[in-house]
Design a binder for this molecule. Structure first.
Ligand SMILES: [Zn+2]
Length: 252
């Protein structure tokens, strides 16, 4: 049976002589593995659409254990991400996060659309500070759409909305008020400004914040909290690309 779906190529590994094993995040089937036969040949008509980050229309054949790509037409290849080492490291990071939470048979339209938006933004943005902001926005929306939304609106333990100061607890899943600090001895300091930024980014679409200029120390403060949060909750994630993206932003 042939199935048609659009999808993003998360990974492309050489498989046998001229074939590739693709990991594709599809709209209709969730994350799947598929063999693309002959795509390593220079004249393959499918070569363009099976590269990492590509957004393509696929026609798939379902075999016993794997899908086979029968046709592939690129819709958007996001070539600029692969041209620039820094964008490439961020691209690898956002794709790896999706790879860590997506499963076969589980569709996730909001995550699918978010991945499209961040790849589009990475392709066009030029200024570092914008990239940092959209990556924070991406992390927050990614966590929300994959079922791990951090709570920034009220104390995650007692529900209080007011507190003279707050702590952030990755383990507990959000902020703790001054009465509930003892819930997590490893909770992290979160300033009012960082908290406001987190709430703002959570409430806005990623496309809306692309021009938002956030100063570096504020962005770094949120980055540190989210990194810890992702490490606690996204346990399949191995962090190689996160470390690379970190290095890239230090070298800028
Ligand atoms: Zn509380």
């Amino acid at each position: 049976m042939l199935l048609k779906t659009e999808g993003f190529v998360l990974r492309n590994k050489k498989y046998a002589e001229t074939d590739s094993l693709l990991t594709i995040f599809t709209r209709k089937l969730g994350k799947i593995n598929a063999i693309a036969k002959g795509v390593q040949r220079p004249k393959s008509t499918m070569m363009a659409g099976v590269q990492p980050f590509c957004y393509s229309d696929f026609v798939l054949y379902r075999g016993k254990s794997l899908y086979t790509v029968s046709q592939c037409e690129p819709k958007e290849i996001f070539y600029k991400i692969r041209e620039d080492i820094k964008k490439l490291s961020y691209g690898a990071y956002v794709v790896e996060l999706v790879d860590a939470v997506a499963n076969e048979g589980q569709t996730n339209n909001r995550l699918f659309n978010l991945l499209g938006k961040i790849l589009y933004l990475l392709t066009k943005s030029e200024i570092e500070i914008e990239i940092d902001t959209i990556i924070r926005s991406y992390e927050l929306h990614f966590l929300n759409y994959s079922g791990f939304k951090p709570e920034f609106d009220q104390c995650v333990n007692c529900g209080k909305k007011q507190s003279p100061h707050w702590r952030f607890s990755p383990q507990e899943g959000g902020i703790l008020c001054n009465h509930c600090l003892q819930q997590d001895p490893y909770s992290m300091r979160i300033s009012d400004m960082t908290l406001r930024l987190a709430k703002y980014l959570q409430s806005k679409d990623i496309i809306e914040v692309q021009k938002l200029k956030v100063n570096k120390s504020l962005n770094d403060a949120l980055k540190k909290l989210l990194k810890q949060y992702i490490m606690v909750h996204i346990n399949k994630y191995d962090f190689k690309s996160m470390e690379l993206a970190d290095k890239m932003s230090l070298n800028s």
